[in-house]
Design a protein around this ligand. Sequence first.
Ligand SMILES: [Zn+2]
Ligand SMILES: [Zn+2]
Ligand SMILES: [Zn+2]
Length: 389
Amino acid sequence: MLGEACCFTILYVLLCLIVIFPPDEIAGMGLTVEKLLASFLGSEIMNFVQYHQRRTTATVLVHSLLIPGYLLWMRQTQPGVYSWMFHLPTFAIGTTVLLFLSPVLVALCLALWWHHNNWSQHPLSKSLTHFLDERQASHPHSWLALATEINIQYRRVDKLSTQISSTSQLVAIDSWLIQVNSYQVCVLPLEDTLVVLEGAINNTLDTRPFSAGGSAQILKLRARCVSKNVPDLSFRLSSTLMSELERKLVIPVLNSGQVVVQKSLADQFLEVFLKTVSENPPYLEKPNERREEACIGCMSAPSNVKLDRRCRVLGVERPAEGGGEAQCVACSCRPMWCVTCLSKWFAARQDQARPETWLSSRAPCPTCRSLFCLLDVRLMMQEAPAATH
Ligand SMILES: [Zn+2]
Ligand SMILES: [Zn+2]
Ligand SMILES: [Zn+2]
């Protein structure tokens, strides 16, 4: 009987581990705290901060139930052991039940304390108050202003959000770096955050091709707040996402371990795209036509490319691969994109399994859908103003 009870105990421990660290298969079936309590937690995309305050509280409560759950499990699977236990003296039974229930009571008190006063006691609200100046921090709800800023930025499509382990997620939005864990959410303001690249692990187990999202390198990173005394965030990130993270950072990454970072396919293509395009003659813009318009893709870089069908004039027009009809078509759109966004647009419309064909392929213009090739992409350049005497 004792052997059997041990087996069922081990089985219960394994079940608990699956609940605490859900593998992808379980998460895919929707058997996680977040998915099961989705209607109570609300929308992550609309209210990121409030969603995670509720989610961390619910996770603490659900995980604390696993301990008394063991008593129920034994009652269902081992009635012999269970009834033996109830022949013990009342004092022993009372102490055992209290011991098993105490984590739930502690979790319940913690949840009530966190929820008290509109979540102002939750660790996430507390950590947000660290980044307010002293005068603002004295007001109990001042963290809500930063929470609103995070919620708004999280809704944007250009955020970086990636799963870094089965229970933790890294999010980089316009002005915050956020690490989401089961029981806590850590935030750092990007303008004061220094990310240190401490090392890399070459991942020989990931056999997916590089072009299919496989990564040969995992980077070990540590994010540190340079202005406030708050704990560092340490996390691992695939090298293919490094450039995306770097685009969000204000302070450049400190490569303390002199690590050679393997570039993603999109970054490697951007380099080749830039080199090829810069060999085309630039499109001269007259000084009076000068417009300072931001790229409509990234809203930050100036729009600096013009699609101008040159391949036909040059007589190098190639038939489409596979004998298709596709040929470049003249595009009369005004310049609205930067070269980086156009390169990403071009790469996204190619056969991802055959990167060797990309340079000789075509993509539709992002605005009017006319096909263009790399020869048709011209960088804008301002014509020198005529010398006046
Ligand atoms: Zn752009
Ligand atoms: Zn066009
Ligand atoms: Zn062309």
